[in-house]
Ligand binder design. Structure first.
Ligand code: GDP
Length: 299
């Protein structure tokens, strides 16, 4: 938990520090509520969660003395209540043989890194993992995935830079079936510049892997970078429209004061939040826990 608190320190100093600035023991009136509302919105928490905090304070505490700690406790409750229904571990179903996880998101969001961390985790849990370097548009992404393959011992299926990603995904499923890998993690290119091309490419990958594994992909993970703040909302809109996203991973919560965006995302999209990234290291991917996240954010 302390690693988490440390990782979320920039967001919590904005959020909890801001609350302390406003509520150093004074009576709760409309003016302080307005200040708090501005703070929560500027901290990317989203309109509806912000309103839930404000209306709870208004209902329960207006006209009374209130401390910053009490306000933080209410804030933590609202964050936790908003996100708790979305807590959902990513479960590998052995019956799938292989369980196919497609990983989508814009360039730089942290897809390749997240795949590497997941490969380490699943391998440690006894799974046999195969990686597919489906971001064939960037030579660096292929190389980076190979490094993660070496680090985790997971074989990596590659094709040359510029090759067809759907064909590569097909190869990967075929190889997994042949060699008994029970998890396949497929990286993809995240070029948002051309939405219809991206949509076509993702649709083609899905079409092609279904030829070998009709139920696949079993999970489609959207990786979102917390440092982009409100932009994460528009990315989530785009990818949920075009890619049939089944769950979220939010990365780089350690590098930003904009971690509140996860609350807005959860509130708006109601997608399961599987993991959060709080660093570049192999162990820096945490299963999402709403209560711990809320506590760390308001610490
Ligand atoms: P991709 O283009 O979506 O595959 O993104 P990458 O996996 O290449 O990640 C882009 C950069 O973000 C890399 O330098 C990663 O090390 C870094 N990164 C990914 N996840 C995290 C995280 O949780 N915290 C931090 N600080 N950096 C991260």
């Amino acid at each position: 938990f302390s690693r988490l608190t440390e990782g979320l320190a920039r967001t919590s100093s904005r959020l909890a520090g801001g609350v302390s600035d406003i509520f150093t023991k004074k009576k709760l009136d409309e003016e302080t509520l307005e200040e708090l509302e501005d703070l929560l919105i500027s901290a990317d928490l989203g309109l509806a969660p912000t309103e839930r905090v404000i209306s709870r304070l208004r209902k329960e505490r207006v006209g009374q003395d209130v401390t910053d700690e009490e306000v933080k406790a209410i804030l933590a409750d609202v964050i936790s209540e908003t996100l708790a229904p979305l807590e959902k571990p990513l479960v590998i179903d052995k019956a799938n043989q292989p369980h196919v996880i497609l990983v989508v998101g814009v360039n730089g969001a942290g897809k390749t890194t997240t795949i590497g961390k997941l490969a380490a985790k699943f391998t440690a849990e006894g799974h046999s993992v195969l990686l597919a370097a489906g971001d064939t548009f960037r030579a660096a992404a292929i190389e980076q995935l190979k490094v993660w393959g070496e680090r985790t011992g997971a074989p990596v299926v590659t094709r040359p830079h510029g090759a067809d990603a759907a064909g590569l995904a097909f190869d990967a499923i075929e190889e997994a079936k042949k060699n008994g890998h029970d998890v396949v993690l497929i990286d993809t290119a995240g070029r948002l510049q051309n939405r219809s091309e991206l949509m076509d490419e993702l649709a083609k990958i899905v079409r092609v892997i279904k030829k070998l594994a009709p139920d696949a992909p079993h999970d489609t993970l959207l990786v979102l970078d917390a440092t982009v703040g409100q932009n994460a909302i528009s990315q989530a809109k785009t990818f949920t429209d075009i890619a049939g996203v089944t769950g979220l991973v939010m990365t780089k919560l350690d590098g930003t004061a904009r971690g509140g965006i996860l609350v807005a995302l959860g509130d708006q999209f109601a997608l399961p939040i599987h993991y959060i990234g709080i660093g570049e290291g192999i162990d820096d991917l945490r299963p999402f826990d709403a209560r711990d996240f809320a506590k760390a954010l308001t610490a």
